[in-house]
Design a protein around this ligand. Structure first.
Ligand SMILES: NC(=O)c1ccc[n+]([C@@H]2O[C@H](COP(=O)([O-])OP(=O)(O)OC[C@H]3O[C@@H](n4cnc5c(N)ncnc54)[C@H](O)[C@@H]3O)[C@@H](O)[C@H]2O)c1
Length: 264
C-alpha cells in the first residue's frame, strides 16, 4: 500500500493514549515523521520505542504539559530542531471532567478547563503557524460532537469544544491567505482510557459502556485507528477542505432518542 503522508512532519498533542495514540500510529504507518507529547512519560516512551522498533526512526516523544505556554514553545522548537519543518499540527490533548451541574461547578474549574482544552490549541497554532505557512501545511483540532449537540452536566467541557469549532473556522479564514488549511474533527464516543475512566465513575461501568455503544446508529464506539484515519484524511486527502468539522460519530446525532429528563 502506498504511504499517504511520506516524510511530512506532524505534531500530535496528547499522543500517548486514546485518540492521539491512534493518530500517531496511523501517521507513522503512512510515512510521516511524528513528534508527540503527553504530560507523563511512561506511556509515551513505550509507544515511541514500539513504533521505532519497526524499522526507521519515525517518531519522537516529548514530555510536555500543554496547559503551560513554555512547554508548547518547547514542543514546537524541538520539532523544528529535530526534523527541520512542520507540515501538520494535530491539537488533541484535552480532558473531560466528571459530570456535574453548573450550580456546583466553580469558576476556577471552568478557567482551568478553558486553559487546557482551548487556549492550548490556540497557543500551539500560534507557535506552529510560522512554520506551517512555509510548507502550506494544515491544522487539525480535535473537538467533540457534544460541542454541537450539548451534553448533560458538562457545560464547561461543551463550551470548550464548541469554541474549538468556532476558532477552527476563524483560523481557516485568516490562514487561507497562506494556503494553510484549518479543520476539526468532532468525535462522538470513541473507546479510550478517558471514556473508560468516566465509565468507572458510574455505579455500573459495563452498563455505561453498553449505553455508550448504543448511542451510535452503528451500534458500537469508534476506535483509535478510525480516529487516526480521519485525521490522515484531513491532512493528506482533503486538500479542498478548510474550516470543516468532520463528524466521527457513527451517526450518534441522528434520529430521535429517549431524551426527556422531566419527571412524570
Ligand atoms: N474519547 C471520546 O469519546 C472523545 C469524544 C469526543 C472528543 N474527545 C476528545 O479527544 C481528545 C482525546 O481524548 P481521549 O479520549 O483520547 O483522552 P485520553 O485521556 O484517553 O488521552 C488523552 C491524552 O492527552 C494527554 N494529555 C492530557 N492532558 C495533557 C496535558 N495537560 N498536556 C499534554 N498532554 C495531555 C494524555 O497524556 C493522553 O495522552 C480530547 O480532546 C477529548 O476531549 C474524546
Amino acid at each position: 500500500m502506498s504511504l499517504r503522508y511520506l516524510d511530512k512532519v506532524v505534531i500530535v498533542t496528547g499522543g500517548s493514549k486514546g485518540i492521539g495514540r491512534g493518530i500517531v500510529r496511523v501517521f507513522v504507518e503512512n510515512g510521516a515523521k511524528v513528534v508527540f507529547c503527553a504530560r507523563g512519560a511512561s506511556a509515551g516512551e513505550a509507544l515511541e520505542a514500539e513504533l521505532n522498533s519497526k524499522g526507521r526512526v519515525s517518531c519522537k516523544f516529548m514530555s510536555c504539559d500543554v496547559s503551560k505556554e513554555e512547554d508548547i514553545k518547547r514542543l514546537v522548537a524541538f520539532t523544528v530542531e529535530t526534523y527541520g519543518y512542520i507540515d501538520c499540527l494535530v491539537n488533541n490533548a484535552g480532558w473531560h471532567p466528571p459530570h456535574k451541574p453548573t450550580d456546583v461547578t466553580t469558576a476556577e474549574e471552568f478557567r482551568d478547563l478553558l486553559n487546557l482544552n482551548l487556549i492550548s490549541y490556540f497557543l500551539a497554532a500560534k507557535y506552529a503557524l510560522p512554520y506551517l505557512r512555509q510548507r502550506q501545511g494544515n491544522i487539525i483540532n480535535v473537538s467533540s460532537l457534544v460541542g454541537t449537540i450539548g451534553q448533560k452536566d458538562a457545560a464547561p467541557y461543551v463550551a470548550t469544544k464548541g469554541a474549538i469549532i468556532s476558532m477552527t473556522k476563524a483560523m481557516a479564514v485568516d490562514e487561507s491567505r497562506f494556503n494553510v488549511r484549518v479543520n476539526c474533527i468532532s468525535p462522538g464516543n470513541i473507546l479510550t482510557p478517558l471514556w473508560e475512566d468516566l465509565a468507572a465513575q458510574t455505579p455500573d461501568a459495563a452498563a455505561a459502556i453498553k449505553e455508550g455503544e448504543n448511542s451510535q446508529l452503528l451500534g458500537r464506539m469508534g476506535t483509535e485507528e478510525e480516529s487516526g484515519l480521519a485525521a490522515l484524511y484531513l491532512a493528506a486527502d482533503a486538500t479542498f477542505c478548510t474550516g470543516i468539522d468532520l463528524l466521527l460519530s457513527g451517526g450518534a446525532e441522528l434520529n430521535y432518542g429517549f431524551k426527556s429528563q422531566i419527571p412524570p
